[in-house]
Every structure is written in C-alpha cells, then in structure tokens.
Write a protein of this length. Sequence first.
Lengths: 293, 292, 371
Amino acid sequence: MSADRMAGAGRSNKLLRALLYSVLILFAVYYLLPLYVMLVNSVKPLEEIRQGDMLSLPTLFTLEPWAKAWSSAQIGVQPTGLKPYFLNSVLMVVPAVTISTVLGALNGYILTKWRFRGDDVIFGLILLSCFIPFQIALIPAARILGMLGLAGTTTGLILIHVVYGLGFTTLFFRNYYAAFPTELVRAAQIDGASFFQIFRRILLPSSAPIIVVTVIWQFTNIWNDFLFGVSFGDFDSLPMTVALNNLVSSSGGVKEYNVHFAGAILAALPTLVVYIVSGRYFVRGLMAGAVKG
Amino acid sequence: MNRNRLQHIIPKLVLSPSLALILIFVYAFILYTFYLSMTDSRMLPSYGFVGFENYSKLWGLRHWWRALSNLAIFGSLYIVICSVLGLFLAILLDQKIRGEGFLRPIYLYPMALSFIVTGTAWKWFLDPGIGLENTMHQWGWTGFEFSWIKDRTLAIYTVVIAAVWQSSGFVMAMFLAGLRGVDSEIIKAAQIDGASNATIYRRIIIPMMRPVFLSAFVVLAHLAIKSYDLVVALTGGGPGQATELPATFMYSYTFTRNQMGIGASSAIIMLVMIFSIIVPYLYSELKPGRQR
Amino acid sequence: MSFLKIEKLKKSFGRVEVLKGIDLEIEEGGFLVLVGPSGCGKSTLLNTIAGLETITDGTISINGRSVNDLHPSERDIAMVFQSYALYPNMTVAGNIGFGMEIRGVAKAERDAAIARVAETLQIGQLLDRKPSQLSGGQRQRVAMGRALVREPQVFLFDEPLSNLDAKLRVDMRTEIKRLHQRMGTTIVYVTHDQIEAMTLATRIAVLKDGVLQQFGTPAEIYARPANLFVADFMGSPSMNLIPATLDADGADVAIVMKRDEGAPLVLPYAKNVPELAARKGEMVVFGIRPEALTDPDSADRNARHVSELDCDIEVIEPAGSDTFAVTRIGGREIVARLRADAPIIAGQKARLAFNLDKAVLFDPQTQLRIA
C-alpha cells in the first residue's frame, strides 16, 4: 500500500519534472529567438526574407549582407559600412575604460583605507552620480565640450564616459576594498611603504576579480551607449550604436533587413564575446551595481 | 618628519580630480540645467529669466502628458512583469535543475546587448510585413494578426515586450542569488515542521526576498525612467507620439524642436522622479554602514 | 627611567572621546599589557603608539624622544596584528623582508636577516610558501618574524593569540614569554584575556571606556584591585562581590551579609583599618576571590584571620584539579574553590573557610576600594 503510494508519487514527480524542464526550455527559446532571427536572416538574400518566413533556415546561404554591413552600406550620407564606426567605438572604449577603472580603483582605495572626515559625504556624491538621468547633463555637457574644443571628438566622448562611469567604478572598488583587511595596510605603513607603494604592492595584486568586473561593466556600458554618442559624436567619432541606428532607420530606399541584422550582430559581437567568455564576472558587476553601497 | 603630513595630503590630492569632475559634470550641470529651465532658451541657451513659465508650458503640452502616461504604462508593466517573471524563473531554476549552468546564461545574455541592437531585432521581428505575422501567414495561419507596433494605442506594449526580454534575465539572476542566500537550516526546519515545498516558498522564502524586490524595483524604475535608446531604435517614438517617453521628449524638444527651456524643465522633472526613488533607497542602504 | 612614556593622551573620533587622558610608562625591557573589555580603547591606544592613529592631545615618547609627529615607520617599533596581516601575495620570506626592501636594504643583507629570524622562530622550511598555505600557528610565527627582523626598540602586539585555538594559544604564550626573556626588548601587548595579561606582564594597565582604571604589577592588580570594575574583570572565576553592611564595636569591625534563609552571616574584619569603624552602619561591597573561600582543610595555614561558617551549597562543579561550589550570600551567587575531593553534596550545608587576609572592601557609591 505504502509502496504503491510511493510509486504514484514518483510518477507524478516525474511528470512535474518534465513539465518543469519544458517550461524552462520554452523560456530559453523565447530568449534565444531574436538572436536566432538576426543570425538566420543575416545570411539570407533579401528576396528570400521578403518571400519566405523569418524563422526558416536560409535556402541560399550568403555572407554578402555581412560584407555590405561592414564595408559598404549607406550610413547617413556616406556608403562606408560600419567599419569606421566600429573603430571609433574601439578608440573611445579602450581609453575610457582604462581611465575610469584606474580612477575608480584609487578612489575606492582612498575611501576605505585613508578615511578622513567627510569622506562618506564625498562617496555619497559620487555614488548618486550613477543614477542621474543623462538628459540633465546633455545641454551643459555640449557647451563644455564646445568650450574645450572637444565637440564631436573621440576625446570628448572619452571624457564624458569617464566622468559618468566614475560612480560605478568607485562603488565597485570601494565595496571590494572595504572587505580588504585594513591591518594589511597598517602593517605596510609600519614597514615604511608609501601611499602608492601600498596600493601597488599590497592591494593591487589582490584586486584581479574586481578589476575584471569593473572592466567588463564599463566596457559593456560604454560600448552600448547611444545617448552620448548621438549627442556629442561626429563622423570621426560616432560610435557603433549610433551608426547601426542610422543604418536601420535611414528612410530612403529599400529596407535591407539582412544587412540590418548583420549590422546589429556586429554591434553586439564585442559585448557578447565578453559575456560568453566571462559571464560570471558580468553578472557580479550587475549585482554589485544593483545592491547596496 | 614631514612624511606624516604628506601621508594625509596625498589621498585627498589623488581623490580631488574625480571629485572635481563629479562636482562639475553632475552637480553644477544639474544647477545649470535647472537655471536654463527658467530661461527663454530656444535653439541656444539664452539668459532671459522667465521663472516657472517653461514648467507651466510643459504641463500644458499634450505631448508631455502622452510621454508621462506612456511612462506610467511602460514603467509599471516593465517592473511588474520583470519581477514576476524573474522570480518565477529563479524559483524554477532553483529546483536542482540539470543544465542550470547552460540555461542561466541564455536567460541573461540580452542584458549584455545594446538597446539599439535589441530594438533593431524586435523592430523587424514585430513588423507585420516581414516578421512574426508574416511568418504565421506563411505557415498557413492566415487569420493571425499581430501589428501592435503599427498601432497608436498598442505600440507602447511592444516597448514593454522588448524591454522585458532584455532585463528579465537580470532580475532572475538577482532573485536566484537571493534564493541561494537563504539559510538552508531554515528550510530544513520548515521541512521538519511538515511544510510542503509550495508553502515553504510562499510563507518563508518569498517573504525573505523583500530586499531583492526592493533592489529590483529601484533598478528597474531607474532604467524605465532613463529609457531612451530602446524607443529610438524600436519605434522612433511613433507611430505619431504613441511611444514617446520623457527621455525622448526631452531630446526632441531640446535638439530638434529648439525649445531648450522646455527640454531643460522636462529633464529636471526626470531628475526629480529618479531621485525621489533613489535617494531614500541609498539612504537606507548606506545607513548601517556609516559608522567607522 | 621610563623607556616608553605616555602623558595625558587623548584621542577623539569626531565628537566621541575614545581615550580620555591616559598616563602610562614602562621601563626598558618591560612587558606592558593593556587589558580591558572590547571598546575600552586599548587597541586605539596601541595604534596611537604605533602612529597608525593620530592623537588629539598629549605626548608619546620612546627612549626620551617624542614620536608624536613621526610616521609609523620612523618610530622604531614593530607590530604583530590580530589577523597577522601577512601580505597574501608575497611568500613568507617576502613578508619578512618587505620592510627592508622598502628601505632599500641590499638583497644579500636582507636574506641574511631573514634567515637569522627564521632560525630563531624555526620557520626556515616555510620561507618559500604563501601565507594561505600556512596553519594558524605558522602564520603567527611569520607575523612575529616580520616584527623581529626590524630589531625595534618596542614591540607592539595587538591581541596576537586571539585567533588561535586554546592549546596553541597556551603554547604561543609561553613562546612569547621566552622570547621576551631572551631578547629583553620592551613590549606593549593588548589583550582582552586577563589570564594572558597575568601570565605575561611585568606591568598591567586596565582600561575601561577610555579611562585608565589601574596600573600596576600583576600581583598588585590581582590582590588589591583599585575598584569594583578591576576586581570583577581580573581573575577567573571572578572575585565574589557581596553587598554587606559594616558593624563596629569600638575598633573591631564586622561585616554583615544577608542570607535568603536564617541569620545573616557575620564575619569579623580583623585587619586594623581605623577609618572603617567610622563607617559603621554603612553599605559596603565585600570582595573575596574563590580561592580564599574554601573547605576548612584547604584553608591557608599561614593566614592570620580565617572564619569558618556553614553555607548552603546549591551546585557543585568538579573541575578535576579543584571543585567549585556555588552558594548564595547577600542575594548573589558566590563561588568557592575547594580541593577536588572535598566531601560536599549539592543541596546540603557545608562548612566554608573565609580567608579574611585576602578579602577587600569597596565603597558601592564611589566603586573604589576602601580596605
């Protein structure tokens, strides 16, 4: 009798597990669908997209849309493809990420290990800057960049991204270093190490995880930024996201969906690669940004 | 001898450039924009003081009300659906799922994408001419209709669909971390008390997720108010003004309609909205950590 | 002449005053232990000596030289931290040699010094390991090695044994004492463990709420605690403190303590303290350590004043070497320390001997010892 019930429970349990897995897989399909649509249709000729349906695999495989998106598609007025803008993005992202990470690390080091009166107010001010709507800064930032002669330049965009990334990088490092034993810093002081020696010899060697988190976070945010790019960019400095949007929403002519999809994947590729390679750190950054100071 | 002095000056010296940048680019800019919102600036900043005239004009604009009501629809649905879906997926994934390490990254990867990419993908996928509707027709379901993105009352819901797709995985990750953080002894105690799995979740675990709900709410609300790129890429604010949000409103009034004063006042309203959510949250989060 | 001298030292964090005017001094080669409950300011005091905290007022001098304005590395001190504070990314040798490396000491000289210290502490085989590969006791030794290699004028120890398990703690305590006897370097040592304080110190400073309660040799502090706090804090099990009333007949003073049942306990206080007679009828606190309250057979035969009384035994706790018996006097639980095989039974009466030579009296108002 009790064995019967056990078997029954086992069966219904199995059914439940099956249901559970189906729901989970269904959601996986939902999240993967847009990526699948982009991928499949980026390797179809335009004719096939118009005739056929978006979900079917290509009957005629072609890489031509990718080539076109990369090097010859019409972006704005010029048929340059996305290539120059991809380079713009790279030239903007690398220095912006480096500078904001270094400053964030130093700030976090100071705010936890060299505390002084009023430091928590300063941290509060820096932290709050993470959350301002950037619309509030657009008009004055345009004026300041103009005054500095940086309007429309990559340098100008780097400056903007460094400033508005400081809040996050400082937060990340501050929280990480807060858990770093202060006694180590004190021991190093007694050993005679200076401010920078302590940072370089004692803290930095233990900072690899938070550096990875910060770099990924900053890289993703800056690469994906659109608002600053569209507001302060010029042909020589427009980032990839703005170029992609120009490509997709250019009103004239035939809509080359396959080229749009190829372009979208190109724009997504760097952050996707980073995500696939080190998703663990990416999630940690998201969490650190979301939860507490 | 001076080493001690120096030791106290250097940190402040190193911190000061960052502080100066933040003070200028954040706080001085806020003051400047606030000032502009009280002037007759149009295409360029101008300094004729008009008091709160721009604000009264702003609140008289149907366009602005449309942006606000869209934000209300978009924001509330986005927050609710993301939270519910996120919690649901987190609970499912918490059932000792084989292949969790495979599924989790799939749920979460959209967060790594630019909103412009997300917008582009969904723009064509939801387009009745070539996307889902067309596909269903090709598959033989000729009665299928899904043209929300072209519909003036329903287009805002497509923004919700795309935004939920992008962010729900992240909320799932937050909840999953919360679930994993629950002390397993508490669950064992409840099992010994004879509680079923469903009861344990409903009565013990989910109530313990309160801080996660709060964090998720703050993050999502702040993302919703800032939403700009997604709308630009997905619908361009249209059809008509059907998907206009405060962020797109501000941009178009400031830079394309040459109504900088009104644009600035809308930016100030956005700031007030975000700060009224964020400041109490940060205050309560940081307070216990304030003592040395 | 005092080697380390602390005068009128004050330290505030914002509006909170953590050290409220401390005066201390220790001779060269002395072993000063700062002891007190957590939050009493003892670690802050140590950090100000090290120069890791600035001071608000007062002076600290080492070997006749004020070090107030000197950087920690210039004070000729070395410090062993509670968490050991070993640099996780460096080997043991790197940890010990880091200070010399910063000062630009040549590699060969450094290696020689490291080897010398490693031999003293018997950690030669660990030199190439990282701290994470060491046991707690080994880390402790490395932390001491890093301090020893500096050959400082003063060693500072910040609760160095509190992270070790009980057995290792006792071993290391002995080791530290042996090291001190061999090198004869001045040591300042912070602990909250009063047994460590008693066993190691040549001088003990008891702190509470940033105020120095008593400063003296271990024997003084144990036998003649300056106030109720010190009496209660030092010693384990702690001193029995019993509310009592003074009775006097001429110069003969007696201490009267209430009991739950039966007549009050009356003990003649035969030490001749004239001012006590003047306090007739006043409340006092009678203090007696458990070992001064024992079975008649174990009572100190050299003591001049021993009184024996019958007490109700509530609980007995055999501890192997001794048996502790709990009775109740004046509404307090009182612990007596008897020999292991004393014939007593819980719930019955037993005769206890009060060694009044060792008893002390406190004024309950001022909390100070009056006799």
